[in-house]
Every structure is written in C-alpha cells, then in structure tokens.
Design a protein around this ligand. Sequence first.
Ligand code: PGA
Length: 260
Amino acid sequence: MCQHIDAAEIGWQKRRMTRYLIANWKMNGDRAAVAAYATALAKKLSPAPADDLRVLFCPPMPWLEAAVQAAGKGAALAIGAQNCHTAASGAFTGETSALMLKDLGVTHVIIGHSERRAMGEDDDAVFAKAKAALTAGLTPIICVGESRAAYEAGETATVLSKQASLLKALPPGGYLLAYEPVWAIGASVTPKMAEISAAHQHLKTVLGSRAAVLYGGSVNAGNLAEILALPEVSGALIGGASLNTEQMVAMIDVARQRQG
Ligand code: PGA
C-alpha cells in the first residue's frame, strides 16, 4: 500500500513540468551591473532549489564571462547569450560562434529574437543558428511571434506555422521555444490569456507536445502568475522587467509559488 503511494508520488513528480524564467538584458548594463546581478540571482537560487524551476540570465556578449564567473561553478543560475553565428569559425568579422560561447561556459543562446529578425534574420538563418548551437552543445531558445499587422489580420497561427515549420527537423526536447508577439514586446501590453494559450497550443501541435514553449512580451512581477497558470506555458522570457534585480527576484518567488 505504502509502496503504491510512493510510486504514484514519483509518477506525479515526473509529470511536473520544468519551468523557465529567462532574463534578456538586450544591449543594457555594464560589467559591474552584470556581475552584481548574476551574484544576486545565484545567491537567491542557492542552494540549488528542489523545484523544477530553471533561471537563466542573458547579458550582453562582452560580459558573458563575468556573468559565468559570478554565477559560479555548477550554479543554479544558467548563463545564455543573445545570438550566435551559423558557422563554427571563419571569415565573419565581428561575429561569435556557438562553439566560442560554449567555451566561455555559456549553456543557452537566444536565437531569432524579433529585434534580430528586424535586422534581416530570416527563418533559414534562425534554423541554421539553432543547428549550430545544438552542434556546439548549447540549448537554443528560439523566438517566434507575429507582427501587430498579422495579429490584427487574424494571421497569428499562419505566421507561427511558417516560423516553426523548419524547426520540425530539430530534436524535440533539444531546444526551448519562446512565443513573443512582436507587438507585445516592450509595450506594456500582453495578448489575452486565451490568445497566449491558443498560440502555445498551436505551436505544440506543429512541433509536438514535448516542445517547451515560453511566453515573452511585457512580462512583469504583476502579470507573471496569471501567465504561468496557463498549463501550456513553460515559463517566461523577460526583457525590460528583468533589468531590475528586485523585480527579477520577485518573479522567481512568483514562479516558485506556481511550482509548489
Ligand atoms: P519585454 O521584452 O519583456 O521588455 O517586453 C521581452 C523580449 O524582448 O524578450
């Protein structure tokens, strides 16, 4: 009888979804701020929590190493980059390969953020970068999302299908996906919860239910609980609100409550 309960509990534990909180600092901060932030988050997460929450910090490229050092070895805080090149090495002035990031101690890399897509990165480049990241042993965090015009035209599902179609060739479970409606980024506005839910369900239908899909776009300590309450949502990619240490710490507390 007792054994039966244990087995059931273990089964329940296994079914619990890992959730992610990812702080994307974009092109903000300086070395001291990055190091202090990574130190504060590592302390907040130490000792490594028994829950299924993973916290990642993606600072600007020049301070990745400072962030890795501040997070410490085997730390509960993972460090990610915001971009990588498709090639492992070569004549690509100013670029950084996924292998170089791996060498720095980075474990994740954001790929295809709408701010990079706006600079000309297309679905083929996003796919090639994701493959390069996986080959280097990094976990890509691949961003997709519709423009305001597409949203208003009711074309969200069509845009997401197109952006996700190449990603079907990637190993399921090998990457994280972030649904970030372009119009909700840095905008103090989010889609309705039913719309977030529908977009996540659609991506899971296209890519398989094992795909972990995070939401991004104007997430903050005030709306995170409601977003994480959606069963399809595996976490959040946070820009502006993540720049503030206290607010990021508050969001970790919110996510932990949702796990409990
Ligand atoms: P935001 O940015 O939270 O400031 O809207 C999110 C993102 O761009 O990843």
